[in-house]
Design a protein around this ligand. Structure first.
Ligand SMILES: Nc1ncnc2c1ncn2[C@@H]1O[C@H](COP(=O)(O)OP(=O)(O)OP(=O)(O)O)[C@@H](O)[C@H]1O
Length: 320
């Protein structure tokens, strides 16, 4: 089901949470909403699922205005909020049973079994939720969202706070939903690698404004095309020499012991040759990706002089 967002504005007192983004989310796609902290992602989702109303502008799901649809929007859109809590003494199955009854879902037992199976909680279904891990709790929230077999599924930072195994499990579930259903999945994330892996298309928000929108491939290639050469020094004492070499070829950043050089593709080959191999422990050439496109989209639109690229990068909590 296609989603159309048109010139949506939302303020909370003096804070402008959304400042007129307009874009379309194609039917059946997996769509990522990326943005720095406070960019307006959750606000957009709250409006999209009908929990709140825009001050102006319009959001349509399958041609129906969300505001006018009122509570009937729930027939079209299911939501996994960032923080979902459940009564700890209930079992997972009991939680879903209550949710299904509240929503008037037919063939409840069958739907509950299907949802539990999709999120991999069949074996834990009859255990109390108090004994669930963080990841299991998130998966139970997703199962609840799936009960109504919604044409649109909105997931607010579905993997935030999960350990790597929990993240991988969640990715597999989303990929399965993508493969096996026609649902349009809209998710937000700070993790660019996750969006790159799961999503067909992406919108980048900052300060409530749309900075970029398009398919992941389009945004990747819209970047400056530079590759990143990443190396780890064999020993800490070799860092300075490697840094001196790297700086002759491109823009250098250092994180967690890794030296990363963003440079032209031709320069990358020369740089690889210039590094003295015995000084380098690990060596990798990374193709341009969404991360570069993301930073570029934010920097291109940067208008406030106090928002230096460093500050923006520092505020994004970006990881790959
Ligand atoms: N209920 C509210 N009352 C007041 N201000 C709010 C409220 N909800 C959001 N805001 C403000 O609106 C702006 C957008 O917030 P929002 O939560 O939508 O951003 P976000 O992109 O989801 O951020 P994060 O990645 O940190 O979750 C922020 O400045 C936030 O402080």
């Amino acid at each position: 089901m296609k989603i159309t967002i048109t010139d949506v504005h939302k303020r909370y007192g003096d804070v402008v949470a959304l400042d007129g983004p307009s874009f379309e989310i194609p039917s059946g796609s997996t769509f990522g909403v990326l943005g720095t902290n406070g960019a307006g992602k959750t606000t957009l989702f709250e409006l999209l699922v009908g929990h709140d109303r825009p001050d102006s502008g319009r959001i349509e799901v399958g041609g129906v205005d969300v505001e006018r649809a009122g509570h009937r929007v729930r027939e079209r859109v299911a939501f996994l909020p960032e923080h979902a809590g459940f009564p700890p003494a209930m079992t997972g199955r009991e939680v879903l049973s209550v949710h299904a009854r509240i929503r008037g879902i037919a063939a409840r037992e069958e739907r509950i079994d299907d949802a539990l199976e999709t999120v991999g909680l069949t074996d834990a279904a009859d255990r109390a939720v108090s004994g669930y891990s963080n990841g299991m709790g998130r998966r139970l929230g997703l199962a609840s969202a799936l009960l109504a077999e919604p044409p649109v599924l909105v997931l607010d930072e579905p993997t935030a706070g999960l350990d790597p195994r929990g993240v991988a499990t969640f990715h597999r579930i989303i990929e399965r939903i993508d493969r096996e259903t026609d649902a349009t999945v809209v998710l937000s994330s700070h993790v660019l690698g996750e969006v790159e892996r799961l999503c067909d298309s992406v919108a980048i928000l900052e300060d409530g404004e749309l900075r970029a929108v398009g398919s992941v491939d389009e945004l990747r290639t819209a970047g400056d095309g530079r590759v990143t050469v990443a190396v780890r020094p064999s020993a800490d004492r070799d860092r300075t020499r490697l840094l001196e070499t790297a700086q002759r070829y491109g823009d250098v950043t250092e994180t967690a012991g890794e030296i990363a050089v963003a440079c032209e593709r031709d320069a990358a080959l020369e740089l690889c040759a210039a590094f003295e191999s015995d000084l380098v422990d690990r060596f990798e050439v990374r193709e341009p990706g969404l991360e570069a496109a993301f930073h570029e989209a934010l920097e291109r639109e940067e208008s406030e002089p106090e928002n230096s690229p460093d500050e923006i990068a520092g505020a994004t909590e970006v990881s790959t």
